[in-house]
Design a protein around this ligand. Structure first.
Ligand code: MG
Length: 183
């Protein structure tokens, strides 16, 4: 069996890809901020940045980022075979694989992440909308990946907030997080 790729390499590659495609942690954190503010009026941007960063530490998300962005880039270079090239290039509404890959990576963060992902898929706010308008670049997969990261980061904050309200200690919160999540 081939030696597994070190996690650090995968994480660095995923973060670099996001950056190269013009998406910063701050862009995603702004969406998280807007999502959570109605439920948590005193929320600070730093907390949204921290949560987005924590979500990016998850393997499932890193893998989804690598697969999705690779397909966007191949489509930009017209290197996919037909009819896949046309489906990805035109962001065909019924294609659905872009949403499926992104959705797969929110499950580790529970039902709030899943429903929030569905909301962002329909609403297309902030950088998600911008990506949609950055023609002639192709972001068929990336817009859904950003929705997935934002949805997971928002759900993570919602759960942490409850834990804090119930005066759980930070080490206890962290322990629960580690046990609840995969990757
Ligand atoms: Mg899409």
């Amino acid at each position: 069996m081939k030696k597994p790729v070190p996690c650090k390499i995968v994480e660095q590659a995923a973060r670099k890809k996001l950056e190269e495609r013009g998406v910063t942690i701050k862009d995603i954190a702004s969406i998280v901020f807007d999502l959570q503010r109605p439920y948590y009026p005193s929320i600070q941007m730093e907390e949204c940045i921290e949560s987005t960063d924590a979500v990016l530490c998850k393997r499932e998300i890193q893998h989804a980022i690598l697969v999705g962005i690779e397909l966007d880039e191949l489509a930009e270079k017209k290197q996919l075979s037909e009819p896949l090239q046309s489906l990805v290039e035109s962001d065909e509404g019924l294609f659905g694989v872009d949403e499926t890959i992104a959705l797969g990576s929110v499950f580790g963060f529970g039902s709030i992440a899943v429903t929030t992902f569905g909301y962002l898929d329909k609403q297309k706010v902030g950088i998600i909308k911008e990506l949609d308008e950055r023609k002639p670049q192709i972001h068929t997969f990336l817009d859904d990946l950003v929705s997935s990261i934002a949805a997971s980061a928002a759900a993570r904050i919602a759960h942490r907030l409850r834990d804090r309200d119930e005066n759980r200690r930070l080490d206890e919160i962290k322990k629960r997080e580690t046990e609840d999540l995969i990757g």
